[in-house]
Ligand binder design. Structure first.
Ligand code: HXC
Length: 290
């Protein structure tokens, strides 16, 4: 046990801690939110759905909307029944960016002293897999929010862009970093320097999204993928997610070392034993997230 604890400490050391703060308030499905709708989906209710619902402003990401997304994500993170989360918007817009009207009179002094928008990346601290289901516009902060998720599925009319340059600013929620890692330097530079948007088809070809679906079936397909993920061991899934994300933070040697430690750690779980035993006994594994 002591050896396991020591291994856990070493494995966790280089990773960012989960954002501090008060524990999320639990919520009943859909209750108490102004800008989002939440529901449990999937045959066993093991998928958390967060739908941005500010259609008149094309889901422009005002402070209230971001706070509600964070609250819902953290509540699904705490919910033991939920194994994966889908984040979506409406058919016209996933999100058209940060709320420009809210930002219009912002000053450098205030941005700097209050850490303006620093709470935007809370989605990246969620251990459960998050799938972005993007229909319509994913622009500026909307594209950045999608890129904070683990998988992006797109509707066939989706458009991705970082148009901040046209507003006299630059992406500030990871766009210059995550887009460049996702699509490579030339396309990222082109999008960020011109503000031009790319189609779902171009986004798929560039590796920004993994699958494209008709507009009407996109969310359903994202839920199906989330359900598939949620049926696996939650604890081992979290390790797999941690390991893939390390690829963006570490050298190959460091990343491979972390992967090996996490792989060894799966042997400390009952689910690893059950998975392999079920295979040998030719039956379906029953994971208990232990
Ligand atoms: C505030 C927005 C908005 C935004 C749209 N709206 N995007 N409000 N912030 N980002 C509002 C419009 O003002 C309008 O409100 C309503 O939504 C419908 O928008 P329209 O422009 O009338 O729709 P349409 O003609 O279909 O054009 C859609 C669009 C365009 C191409 C997406 O709205 C657009 O260019 N939006 C801005 C996109 C953008 O620049 N995003 C980056 C933001 S900066 P009213 O009240 O007039 O009906 C950013 C920085 C992130 O994200 C930095 C770090 C977090």
């Amino acid at each position: 046990m002591a050896a396991l604890r020591a291994l856990l400490l070493r494995v966790r050391a280089p990773l960012r801690p989960v954002a501090a703060g008060p524990p999320p308030r639990p919520f009943a499905s859909g209750a108490g939110f102004e800008y989002i709708i939440t529901e449990k989906k999937g045959k066993e209710g093991n998928v958390g759905l967060v739908q941005m619902n500010r259609p008149k402003a094309l889901n422009a990401l005002c402070n209230g909307l971001i706070n509600e997304i964070n609250r819902a994500m953290e509540a699904f993170q705490q919910d033991p029944a939920v194994g994966a989360i889908v984040l979506t918007g409406g058919e016209k817009a996933f999100a058209a960016g940060a709320d420009i009207k809210e930002m219009q009179n912002q000053t450098f002094q205030n941005c700097y002293s209050t850490g303006f928008l620093s709470h935007w990346d809370r989605v990246t601290h969620i251990k459960k897999p998050v799938i972005a289901a993007v229909n319509g516009f994913a622009l500026g902060g909307g594209c950045e929010l999608a890129m904070m998720c683990d998988i992006i599925y797109a509707g066939e009319k989706a458009q991705f862009g970082q148009p901040e340059i046209l507003l006299g600013t630059i992406p500030g929620a990871g766009g210059t970093q995550r887009l460049t890692r996702a699509v490579g330097k030339s396309l990222a530079m082109e999008m960020i320097l011109t503000g031009d948007r790319i189609s779902a088809q171009d986004a798929k070809q560039a590796g920004l999204v993994s699958k494209i679906f008709p507009v009407e079936t996109l969310v359903e397909e994202a839920i199906k993928c989330a359900e598939k993920i949620a049926n696996n061991s939650k604890i081992v899934t979290a390790m797999a997610k941690e390991s893939v994300n390390a690829a963006f933070e570490m050298t190959l040697t460091e990343g491979n070392k972390l992967e090996k430690k996490l792989f060894y750690l799966t042997f400390a779980t009952e689910d690893r034993k059950e998975g392999m035993t079920a295979f040998v006994e030719k039956r379906k594994a029953t994971f208990r997230d232990q």
